[in-house]
Design a protein around this ligand. Structure first.
Ligand code: SAH
Length: 354
């Protein structure tokens, strides 16, 4: 058993089975042994790769979409340019480079990163040396003011709870111990009452997932945008409404058992975009749009052609593959979706529609 497994097992022995959210939170963010606290998980030597790590085009187009929203809203000065869970800092670096020629944008932007992991903060500081960002621990700590925000593969890393429809109500999927193995179990019933809205679209034994931290963060972002102006682009895998077990563990780019090696594998779940959109009210939300459609509307193919002119050989091959990977429906193009948030009376962020 690893130190984190022993720690989790001791809690279960003392307090009884724990919620999946409690388990995920500790596996990912335990300050000493958590997954994000102990490694840089990206790239071919890590456990997964994200869109900004695949091609610079992703961040460039997001930067231009955010900058256009800023211009559309009268170029407010100063404003907060924020990213939730910035990973290696690659997305913000590409946003920054692509917006260098938007008059006044860099001067007015206070780049603010919401990052829980000190290892990731150190990597971000290196990548973004020229940008001079500041870091905050939580979304609630973002400075006040107009907020232009991006979150790519952030909400999928937040802890979820899972509920199964059973007879006249819901039971919760929890984690217990069988000798020294972690095992899934179920509570006899759940006291949670706010699941009733899922009664009409589910049947006996269906599973639904609730991500409370995601909803709280969406509420904070929505309130800021509705009050001070701004826009948010939330990009992730998931759908308009969660149905079924989407908990996933990845280690060395391969799926693994989520209970097998706590803290050693990345744990994620699909994002329930409906829950985020509703939590963000009174900010308005856009139609949920496949990533491929969003990037095509922003001109990724023209940008890919322009970049292709200056490269050849294996670099050209991998550039063409990256364009396909980001946009093609059989790759990331339809699994990943984009949700935009914007204030009443403003235009939706470019690439999205109301
Ligand atoms: N957006 C990046 C990285 C996605 S991975 C990219 O597209 O490449 C998730 C990121 O969110 C990591 O930087 C991780 O350290 C951070 N993170 C995970 N949970 C968090 C939390 N609760 N609060 C703040 N940051 C978190």
């Amino acid at each position: 058993m690893t130190p984190l497994s022993r720690h989790l097992a001791a809690q279960i022995t003392a307090l009884g089975p724990m919620t999946l959210a409690n388990f995920m939170q500790q596996c990912l963010l335990d300050p000493t042994h958590g997954y994000y606290a102990t490694r840089d998980p990206f790239g071919t030597s890590g456990d997964f790769t994200t869109a900004p790590e695949i091609s610079q085009m992703f961040g460039e187009l997001i930067g231009l979409s955010l900058a256009q929203s800023w211009l559309d809203q009268g170029a407010p000065k100063p404003f907060i340019l924020a990213e939730l869970g910035p990973g290696r800092g690659t997305l913000m670096r590409d946003i920054w480079r692509a917006t260098a020629h938007v008059p006044g944008f860099h001067d007015a932007a206070k780049v603010t990163l919401v990052e829980a992991s000190s290892i990731m903060r150190a990597t971000q500081a290196k990548t973004l040396r020229a940008v001079h960002p500041i870091w905050v621990d939580t979304t609630a700590d973002l400075p006040s003011g107009p907020l232009f925000l991006v979150a790519n593969e952030f909400f999928d890393a937040l802890p979820i709870r899972q509920f199964i429809r059973h007879n006249t109500g819901w039971v919760e999927r929890v984690i217990g111990l069988d000798r020294d193995q972690f095992v899934f179990g179920q509570t006899p019933h759940t006291p949670l009452t706010d699941l009733s809205y899922r009664w009409d679209d589910t049947v006996e034994h269906d599973m639904i997932e609730i991500c409370k931290p995601g909803q709280i963060i969406a509420t904070i972002v929505g309130e800021r945008i509705a009050t001070h102006g701004g826009a948010a682009l939330i990009i992730d895998y998931g759908d308009w409404r969660s149905l079924g077990d989407t908990l996933q563990a990845l280690q060395n780019h391969e799926p693994t058992d989520p209970l097998l090696a706590p803290g050693e594998a990345d744990l994620t779940a699909h994002v329930d975009f409906e829950a985020l959109a509703k939590a963000a009210s009174p900010a308005h939300f856009t139609r949920l749009t496949p990533q491929g459609t969003f990037l095509e509307r922003l001109g990724i193919t023209e940008r890919a052609r322009a970049l292709a002119k200056n490269i050849k050989g294996t670099s050209l091959k991998s550039h063409v593959a990256a364009h396909r990977r980001l946009t093609h429906p059989s790759e990331m193009g339809s699994l990943f979706k984009v949700l935009g948030l914007f204030p009443n009376g403003a235009l939706p962020p470019p690439g999205l529609e109301q």
